[in-house]
Design a binder for this molecule. Structure first.
Ligand code: CMP
Length: 139
C-alpha cells in the first residue's frame, strides 16, 4: 500500500553535512521525498514530538540532543513506506544495525543515530501532521 512516513535527519548528520548522502540512500532504496525542510526544534516542540517517551530515562538527553542543532524533517512516500523506511534505517542502536542500513553506515551512537522514522501508520499520521500541512506535501 502507498504510504507516507515522517523522517528526521538528526543534528549529528546535519552537523557533519551528510544530509545529501542520507537522502541518496533514501532515494536509491526507492522512496520519494515529497516534502522537506530544515528547522531548529525548540525544547517545547521536541518534548511534544517525543511525548510518548517522556517517562523514559533517556528523555532529557533525547530532547537535549534533538534541540542541539538544526534537523531536516521530511515526508517519504512509497510502498509500505512506514515499515520499509525502518528497515532501511536499521536498528535504533547502530552497534546492532545491519550492514548497508543508514544507521550502520552513518550513526555514531544510540543517541546520535542519524535518522528517525515513524514506527507505525498511526504515528506517521501524527508526525507528518506535526511538521507539515497538506499544501507543503507534493507528490
Ligand atoms: P528515535 O527513532 O528518534 O526515537 C527515540 C530516540 O531515543 C531513538 O531514536 C534513540 O535515538 C533515542 N534513544 C536513546 N536511548 C534509547 C534507548 N535505550 N532505547 C530506544 N531509544 C533510545
Amino acid at each position: 500500500m502507498l504510504e507516507r512516513t515522517l523522517s528526521i535527519i538528526k543534528p549529528d548528520a546535519v552537523e557533519r553535512n551528510i544530509t545529501g548522502k542520507v537522502n541518496a540512500m533514501i532515494e536509491e532504496a526507492g522512496l520519494r521525498i515529497v516534502a522537506q525542510k530544515r528547522i531548529h526544534l525548540t525544547v517545547k516542540q521536541a518534548e511534544e514530538f517525543y511525548r510518548e517517551h517522556k517517562d523514559k530515562a533517556f528523555f532529557t538527553s533525547l530532547v537535549d540532543f534533538m534541540t542541539s542543532g538544526p534537523v531536516i524533517v521530511q515526508v517519504l512516500e512509497g510502498e509500505d513506506a512506514v515499515s520499509y523506511y525502518r528497515k532501511i534505517m536499521g536498528a535504533t542502536n547502530p552497534a546492532i544495525a545491519e550492514e548497508g542500513t543508514i544507521r550502520k553506515t552513518f550513526a555514531l551512537s544510540i543517541d546520535k543515530n542519524t535518522v528517525h522514522g515513524s514506527d507505525s501508520i498511526e504515528s506517521a499520521k501524527r508526525e507528518v501532521g506535526f511538521f507539515f500541512s497538506e499544501i507543503e506535501i507534493c507528490d
